[in-house]
Every structure is written in C-alpha cells, then in structure tokens.
Design a protein. Structure first.
Length: 170
C-alpha cells in the first residue's frame, strides 16, 4: 500500500456539493481517506476569466497501480459531470489530480507523478502543507513546507467557511 495524495477542485455549480460527492466516490471506489485538509477558496490558475475554485487535498492509501488509479479518477470525474473540452485550465464541476503516489516517479504520455506543477501553485501547496508539511517531494528533494515558502505564486488562497461565505446573515 502506498500513500496517495489527491487534490480536488471545483468552480462550476455547487462547488461544496461537488467536492463532497467526489469524496464519497473516492471512498467507495478507491479507498478510505486518512487525512483531509480544510477547504480553500482560490483564484483560478492559468485562466482568470472564470469563477473562484474550492480546493481540498486528501491523503489515502491504495494498492492500485498508477495507470489504473488515473483511469478510475477519470471515470469519477465523468460521473460528476466533468466535461473535457480540450482547453487547459478551464472551468469544471470537478477536477481530481494525483499529486503523489508514495515516492514513485511516473512519466508516461498520460500520467506524470509527482504532479509536474504542484510546486508552482499555492492552491496545492497550502492545503498539502496543512496535512503533510514534512513530506519530501521525491524529485525536488524538498519538504512541502519549504516548497510553500519559496513558491512564486501570488494568487489568493484563503480558507473557506461555508457559513461565512454563504451570503446569509446569522
């Protein structure tokens, strides 16, 4: 069994419901979640002409080989209404990316692990740092905490509170 880190994101429809449904499917189709970060509302990376994202990082354990895991994730995204239009960094109901699979390094046409741009994105590093600040990136040889400190990303990433962000007065 290997430790597996995934990042989930949504910026179409009811983002909170989309993430909750994704978590339920991950638990039933891939495995029990051991750790989950808080929810973070983040500016869209790479295409600012869209709604804010909700993001969350989860850690679980899996025996699936990475290619099968990717196939399962793509199936879960499809079940949750993800429509791939070929445009990078576009709006989506759900996005599930593999960040790490233990200390494995995978490079194929369809899959690269660790995620090749995770060290450049605060929306990944902040929730990942919340649950695993000492994890060492197997390619870069640096901890998540250090990668966050030196991350060049300037986009806004803030903790999301569904009550405070709902627009309803208490």
């Amino acid at each position: 069994m290997k430790d597996l880190y995934l990042i989930l994101g949504s910026n179409l429809g009811d983002r909170l419901v989309n993430l909750k449904l994704a978590i339920d499917l991950i638990i039933s189709e891939i495995g029990a979640i051991e750790l989950a970060s808080g929810l973070y509302e983040t500016e869209p990376w790479g295409n600012s002409n869209q709604e804010m994202f909700l993001n969350q990082v989860v850690k679980l354990r899996s025996t699936m080989v990475p290619a099968d895991l990717l196939e399962k994730i793509l199936m879960l995204e499809h079940k949750l209404g993800r429509m791939r239009n070929g445009a990078p960094n576009s709006a989506r109901t759900i996005d599930i990316d593999i960040l790490f699979y233990g200390n494995m390094v995978v490079k194929s046409e369809s899959l690269i692990i660790p995620h090749p741009r995770l060290h450049l994105r605060k929306f990944v590093l902040i929730p990942l740092n919340e649950i695993s600040p000492e994890f060492i990136h197997p390619v870069l040889g640096e901890s998540i905490g250090h990668l966050l400190k030196v991350c060049p990303d300037k986009l806004d990433v803030r903790i999301y509170d569904p009550v405070l962000n709902s627009g309803y007065a208490l």
